[in-house]
Design a protein around this ligand. Structure first.
Ligand SMILES: [Zn+2]
Ligand SMILES: [Zn+2]
Length: 467
C-alpha cells in the first residue's frame, strides 16, 4: 500500500523495514512514526534495533529540513537586499552570493554570501544591523549567521582577497563538482581548498610545504587546473568538467539575449495591467516584442475570454501596433487543453492569432498516458505553437504530473511545436533536466514569464538561469 512507499521516502528505510513498520505499528504516516520513535516504541519490533530507530529519526529530521527549502523566487530578493545593503559600505571591496542560489537551483535552503574587506568587523556589524535581519545566530569577526524576517538563514563570511576566487568556487559548490575538481588537482600534484590552489613541495597533494599558486579569482582557480571558467549554473557534476576539457562547454543563454516575452496576461483575463502598461514596461527592458496570451473561454476562473472578447482584444492589439515604433505586440492566447485533449477555440478563430500557446490547467490526476496524449493531440493542431508549463508543477502546491517525454518531444519536433520554459519561480517548468533532454532531441524552446503583474517580467532571469 501507499503507506509503505511513504516510509521508504525516509533516507535509510528500505522496503523490508517499511513493510515491518506498517504491519507492526499499524500507522499511516511519518508524523505518527516520529511520535512512536521518539517514545522508543519502534526499537524492539522483530529485527529492529535501537540503532535503526535512531536512523529513522535522523532520516525524518532530514526530510523535515528539506521541506523547509524555499524556491529561488523567495531567496533571490533576500540575497539582493543584503548585497545592496552592504556593497555601499566603503569597507566592502567585493561581494557575491555563493551556494545553491548562485548556481540558480530551483530550490534553496539558505543563503551564503562572501565578501572581501580590509575591515571585516565593520562588515559583520553592518550585516547584523540590516533592517531585514530578525535574529542573529552568530556574530563573529569574519563570519556571521542570521535569520531574516521571512525566516531565511543567511551565512556571511569575509575572506582574504587572495582567497576570494577559491572561496567562491568552494562555497558555490556543488559538492559533487568540487569533489571532481579536487580529484583533478590531486592528479596534478596540486591541492585545492577554500584558500586557494597550492602546489605541494614534494609533489604530493598532502605532504610537504605548500606554495600558493592561485585563488584570487575563480578564473584563476580553474586556470590552475587547466580548465576554462565554468559558469556556476553548470557546476552540478553532470559532465561539465569533461565538456570544459574538450572545449565544449555550452554557451549559456543570458538575460541580454532575451528580446521579448512570449507569455503575458492582461487585465482582460487574470492579469493586473492594461495592454499599454505592459508595453511600456517591456520597452523599458529593451524588448522588441511581447506576446499577449490571455486565457481562453474554458478557464472562467481565470477570466477566460469568449470568442467575441478575444477578437476585440486582437483588434486592440492591431490598433496599438500601428502607433508603436520598433516594437510589436503579438496577439496570442493561452488555450485550454481540455480533459479529453480537445481545445476550446475552433480553427476559424485560431487562425486569427500570431501565436497560440496551449496548456493544461485541469485533470492533473489523469494517468500518464492520458495526460501525454492530451498534449500530443494538441500539438498536432497546425495552429498550436507552444506548450506552456508542460508538467504543471507548482512548488509547495503540486508535483509535476507524469508525462512520457520521449513521445512528447518526438511529436514536438515533428510538428515544430515549442516547449515553454516557464520562468515563474514556483514553476520553472520545463526544469533543467527536461530542458536538456528537449535540446538533445532538437526540440525548440521558449523562455517566458507568464506575467500577471508587471514586476513578474523580472522573473525572466530565473528562466534564463534554468535554461
Ligand atoms: Zn497557465
Ligand atoms: Zn499563463
Amino acid at each position: 500500500p501507499g503507506e509503505i512507499f511513504k516510509f521508504m521516502e525516509i533516507p535509510g528505510v528500505g522496503p523490508r523495514t517499511a513493510k515491518l513498520l506498517y504491519e507492526e505499528l499499524k500507522i499511516k504516516d511519518i508524523e505518527q512514526l516520529k511520535k512512536l520513535a521518539l517514545a522508543h516504541k519502534v526499537a524492539g519490533l522483530p529485527g529492529l534495533k535501537e540503532k535503526t530507530e535512531e536512523n529513522i529519526l535522523r532520516g525524518i529530521e532530514l526530510i523535515e529540513k528539506q521541506r523547509k527549502r524555499m524556491d529561488l523566487g523567495q531567496g533571490w530578493p533576500v540575497a539582493q537586499e543584503i548585497i545592496n545593503g552592504l556593497k555601499i559600505l566603503p569597507e566592502v571591496k567585493k561581494i557575491s552570493p555563493a551556494g545553491s542560489l548562485r548556481r540558480m537551483r530551483e530550490t534553496i535552503r539558505d543563503i551564503d554570501i562572501l565578501v572581501t574587506s580590509n575591515r571585516p568587523a565593520k562588515v559583520m556589524e553592518a550585516f547584523v544591523k540590516l533592517p531585514l535581519i530578525k535574529e542573529v545566530l552568530a556574530h563573529g569577526p569574519t563570519k556571521s549567521s542570521a535569520v531574516t524576517k521571512e525566516g531565511v538563514q543567511v551565512d556571511i563570511r569575509v575572506v582574504e582577497p587572495s582567497s576570494y576566487g577559491a572561496a567562491l568556487v568552494y562555497f558555490t559548490g556543488s559538492k559533487e563538482h568540487n569533489v571532481q575538481i579536487r580529484k583533478m588537482a590531486n592528479q596534478k600534484g596540486l591541492k585545492i581548498n577554500e584558500y586557494g590552489v597550492f602546489s605541494a613541495a614534494d609533489g604530493s597533494a598532502s605532504g610537504g610545504k605548500n606554495k600558493y599558486l592561485a585563488g584570487k579569482t575563480e578564473e584563476e582557480v580553474y586556470q590552475a587546473l587547466k580548465l576554462p571558467f565554468i559558469p556556476p549554473e553548470l557546476r552540478e557534476d553532470r559532465g561539465e568538467i569533461d565538456a570544459a576539457l574538450k572545449g565544449k562547454l555550452p554557451k549559456l543563454v543570458e538575460l541580454k539575449d532575451i528580446k521579448g516575452d512570449f507569455h503575458i496576461h492582461t487585465q482582460a483575463s487574470d492579469g493586473a495591467h492594461s495592454l499599454e502598461e505592459l508595453v511600456e514596461a517591456a520597452r523599458e527592458k529593451d524588448y522588441e516584442y511581447i506576446v499577449i496570451c490571455d486565457h481562453s473561454a474554458s478557464l472562467p476562473i481565470a477570466g477566460g475570454l469568449s470568442a467575441k472578447e478575444v477578437l476585440k482584444e486582437i483588434e486592440a492589439i492591431r490598433k496599438l501596433n500601428k502607433k508603436l515604433k520598433r516594437f510589436r505586440v503579438l496577439a496570442g492566447v493561452e488555450l485550454e487543453i481540455l480533459t479529453d485533449g480537445k481545445i476550446d477555440y475552433n480553427d476559424n478563430l485560431l487562425k486569427e492569432f500570431d501565436v497560440v500557446i496551449a496548456a493544461i490547467h485541469s485533470g492533473f490526476k489523469q494517468p500518464k498516458e492520458v495526460l501525454t496524449n492530451r498534449i500530443i493531440q494538441v500539438m498536432e493542431s497546425k495552429y498550436v505553437n507552444i506548450i506552456a508549463h508542460p508538467t504543471g508543477r507548482l512548488f509547495g502546491v503540486r508535483n509535476p504530473y507524469p508525462l512520457d517525454f520521449d513521445k512528447i518531444f518526438k511529436t514536438a519536433k515533428e510538428t515544430n511545436t515549442f516547449m515553454e520554459i516557464n520562468a515563474y519561480p514556483q514553476r520553472l517548468d520545463l526544469n533543467d533536466e527536461n530542458i536538456r533532454l528537449a535540446k538533445d532531441k532538437g526540440v525548440g524552446l521558449v523562455i517566458s514569464t507568464d506575467t500577471h503583474q508587471i514586476s513578474q517580467l523580472d522573473n525572466m532571469i530565473f528562466g534564463v538561469a534554468t535554461a
